[in-house]
Design a protein. Sequence first.
Length: 306
Amino acid sequence: MNSNYKNIIENAYNKAKSLKDKGQLATYIPELANVDPSMFGVHMTKVDGSNFGIGNYLIKFSIQSIAKVLSLTMAYSILGEKLWKRIDVEPSGTKFDSLLLLETYNGIPRNPFVNSGAIVICDVLVSHLDNAKEEFLEFVRDLSGLPELTYSDKIADSEKAYGYRNSALCNFIKSFGNIKNEPAEVLDFYFDMCSLEMNCQQLSYTFTFLANGGRKLVDGKKIISKSKCKRINALMLTCGFYDESGEFAFKVGLPGKSGVGGGIVALYPNNYTIAVWSPLLNPKGNSYKGMKLLEDVTTYSELSIF
Ligand code: GLN
């Protein structure tokens, strides 16, 4: 990787590392409260294959809501544009687990990245696959070229035991007829999907297809069409950070997605993907230091989509 990028990432990393972290761990999933809050890593992969990481970029973490982009990719490739009859493509302006707008919009979630939308995506996958848990994992292993990727049963079980809000969301949507399967089955898959683990290097590799027009970097295999790739990136830009999506676009200027495990992945089409992990979250549920680091990377590289 050219030394310019390395310097920018190194400087952004050192600057963010020295900040006093005002964030909090996502304790509502008890197992996530056991994560070492001082972990901090970043990894960039360029579409020319060069890559660079610093800090704890080889330590696995729970990618949580970042996995929603991958389940959307799978459901979108199965159902095509019909998917948007069940989920809208508008920013919600609400927290990731909010029930508020479901009443207003008759059980149609605002977008696929708030929990309600991701739960409907899981329902679609449960309807179309024989074994959604296994087939989704195979799909992710294939698109990333990383056969070693796995779920964390510990994290999934921990969330299943306390997933009251997600149960409420799923049952509420079911009452409008927008969940076709049994809520227990859909939620089980939703929690497994969120428990996917990756390190920053694996996460940045996994997302390269979205920086590469929908094709795998290594062999050019088509995962999704260019048009679907464009739309998924547009959704990440407008909805990837819940009620902080505007702030992320304003300060970082890239499509991206966060998770309550403290990970963020962002990408610059035809150029690079970058994954950062720092587990302490701001009040909107996004990694505090991760946001700061990415802001510096696009400011100093002068490479954002705007
Ligand atoms: N599994 C988490 C939940 O449903 C995902 C939320 C997130 O990462 N923002 O609450």
